[in-house]
Write a protein that binds this ligand. Structure first.
Ligand SMILES: Nc1ncnc2c1ncn2[C@@H]1O[C@H](COP(=O)(O)OP(=O)(O)OP(=O)(O)O)[C@@H](O)[C@H]1O
Length: 228
């Protein structure tokens, strides 16, 4: 059983080849990282995983589902997107309740508020939140459906160092609970800390794939940055 299977994925935008024959598998319960420099094809790959973009070629299945079937996918997969946004006037508590109402067995909203330190912000409008507060709310919303798999794109961008560490602990807790996690990150320390395996994307291709330590040893690098 695999949680995600990507085979020979290709996607172009006009004359730009964003993803050029990417293949990988993710096991259930695994934390899998997609890393690479700007423009390497990470976001496009993730967008194909969650059905936001249709591959030009290749096959993708997520929990056995073809991502084109977005409704079925959305019931089982939580997504925290890089540019996730909500209407400015929606309040934090309203957003959590609204999103919870979309799912048959949602997480407990009070518990999520406590976990993500959102209780005090319950009556605050999305438009008035700081960058870090928005990020925490978007993460909580990704988890409100009790997903089996979560996709986290730029998990800790906009978070201060303390909030980053706290978020890492929460990701570890998700992992312990058996959730499969796909993590897109520009922070190599984050990928090293959290991922069981990473795929290094370079110009739309998988340049290397494996556990962070192994990739570093193979490349004779002190950190994952040396592998990019
Ligand atoms: N909507 C689009 N239209 C045209 N070109 C695009 C579009 N989205 C991405 N691209 C191009 O496709 C390539 C891959 O982009 P993608 O966003 O997938 O990379 P990335 O690794 O996520 O980059 P970053 O780290 O900067 O977010 C880049 O050359 C980018 O300019």
């Amino acid at each position: 059983m695999t949680a995600i299977s990507v085979r020979d994925l290709r996607k172009t935008y006009g004359t730009t080849t964003a993803v050029d024959g990417v293949s990988f598998e993710v096991a259930p319960g695994e934390t899998f990282g997609l890393i690479g420099r700007n423009g390497a094809g990470k976001t496009t790959t993730v967008e194909c995983l969650i059905g936001l973009r249709k591959p030009d070629q290749g096959s993708v299945t997520v929990l056995g589902i073809d991502p084109a079937n977005r409704r079925e996918l959305a019931r089982r997969v939580g997504v925290q997107l890089q540019d996730g946004a909500l209407p400015d006037r929606i309040k934090v508590g309203e957003a959590l309740k609204l999103f919870a109402s979309f799912y048959p067995a949602p997480a407990d909203v009070k518990a999520l508020e406590a976990t993500w330190d959102l209780g005090k912000l319950r009556n605050q409008a999305f438009g008035d939140l700081s960058g870090g507060q928005r990020q925490r709310l978007l993460l909580a919303l990704a988890l409100v459906g009790n997903p089996e798999l979560v996709v986290l794109d730029e998990l800790t961008t906009a978070l201060d160092p303390v909030a980053r560490r706290e978020t890492w602990d929460l990701v570890r807790a998700m992992k312990l609970a058996g959730t499969t996690i796909v993590l897109v990150s520009h922070f190599m320390d984050e990928a090293e800390e959290l991922c069981d395996r990473v795929a290094v994307l370079r110009a739309g291709k998988v340049a290397a794939i494996g556990p962070p330590r192994e990739l570093m040893e193979r490349a004779g690098a002190q950190s994952l940055e040396g592998v990019l």
